[in-house]
Design a protein around this ligand. Structure first.
Ligand SMILES: [Zn+2]
Length: 371
């Protein structure tokens, strides 16, 4: 990723990451490449070189300083990706729109003003540019962490028109609204910002009706002390891996309390399993229960109501914006390639060995029809 330290801009960077991460993960994993805005042609070196996707930022901040500046740089990036077989991923907020509005109104000085100063306009303009380029070049795009109803509509319409354009929503945008900002402040400062209730309702529709291709964690485990700095200096982003499955299932149940829990788990397994595995070139090993594929399984009890306590948090950062929220349904056991790597009983929680492996992707054609 471009906003990890060090960033992943070349196949040599990838080799270093693979070595660095070996022996630290319970689950198998892959990597996204980043775009070095000073040397965007480097993305071509990733063709067939162990990543399926490359993420470009269209705006930046101090934990993500590497972004494509302006429409020309974006068009140039599309030209470099073309023909590589890599899937182009986007943090789609337009830096020029932020600069224009900040120049007029000034930088945010309180959390309450945060959404107003990182407005939806920048996301909508960015997505509109991306759809134009997707149409002009035929290059597949996957827009990450869609936060507004307008983006969801534009991208759903683009997919329906046959363009290779898909999108992700995150557990954070599905869980929190701008109303939570007063209580949670810096904890839910996110880029793109947490939006209004009507946006959240549209994102849930995108999940329930199959418009969104994937649901992601957008896991960004910043230190809590850093999050408490003044709004203009605090890093956006929050941890979200551990919370994702419970947050998604809980939201689906709240919206459809009479539904059979087994039926509600169908979109969950698609959005968190089959679809991302296919999109990111891991479908030959992951994402489905099938003879010949890896036995990566989660045993999920759909009934218990519980809340995340500080003692439960596994992320190194040690905090979660979801602390104290009520969840319905909980993972009891996780298997990776047939081996138990997580098991929880009322008395104890046991973890396996961190022998997860890097999986080399096999790029597959970008799926445009709904799954
Ligand atoms: Zn992003």
């Amino acid at each position: 990723m471009p906003n990890t330290v060090p960033p992943l801009f070349t196949p040599e960077d990838l080799e270093k990451k693979v070595t660095e991460v070996a022996g630290t993960s319970l689950v198998d994993y892959g990597f996204h490449a980043g775009v070095d805005p000073r040397r965007p042609a480097l993305v071509r070196e990733f063709a067939g070189a162990g990543v399926a996707s490359v993420k470009a930022f269209l705006t930046g901040h101090h934990t993500a300083p590497h972004f494509l500046r302006g429409p020309d740089a974006l068009r140039d990036f599309f030209a470099h990706v073309e023909g590589t077989g890599l899937l182009a991923l986007f943090h789609a907020e337009c830096a020029e729109v932020f600069a224009l509005l900040d120049g007029w109104r000034g930088e945010p000085d309180s959390w309450r003003d945060y959404e107003r100063h990182r407005p939806r306009t920048a996301a909508i303009v960015a997505v509109s540019r991306l759809i134009d380029l997707c149409r002009d070049t035929g290059t597949p795009i996957h827009v990450l962490h869609v936060s507004t109803r307008e983006e969801a509509d534009l991208l759903t319409a683009a997919g329906a028109a046959g363009l290779p354009a898909t999108f992700e929503v995150t557990g954070h945008h599905l869980t929190f609204t701008a109303d939570d900002t007063a209580a949670l402040g810096a904890r839910i400062r996110l880029s793109p910002a947490i939006r209004e209730r009507a946006d959240q309702d549209r994102l849930w529709d995108a999940v329930r009706y199959g418009h969104a291709r994937t649901v992601g964690s957008d896991h960004a485990p910043h230190e809590h002390a850093d999050k408490l700095r003044p709004p203009a200096q605090a890093p956006p982003g929050l941890p979200g891996v551990q919370e994702l499955l419970a947050a998604l299932f809980t939201g689906l149940r709240l919206r459809d309390p009479g539904a059979d829990p087994g039926e509600l788990l169908r979109p969950v397994t698609r959005l968190l399993g089959a679809a991302p595995a296919a999109l990111f070139g891991l479908g030959h090993r992951k994402g489905r229960i099938e003879v010949g594929l890896d036995a990566d399984l989660v045993l999920f009890d759909a009934e218990p109501t519980w809340s995340l306590a500080e003692a439960d948090i596994r992320s190194k950062c040690g905090w979660s914006a979801y602390q104290g929220r009520a969840f319905v349904g909980r993972v009891t056991t996780t298997l990776r390639r047939g081996e138990v790597v997580y098991q929880r009983t009322p008395e104890t929680t046991v973890f396996g060995t961190p022998s997860g492996e890097w999986i080399r992707p096999r790029p597959a054609p970008h799926p445009t029809t709904s799954m």
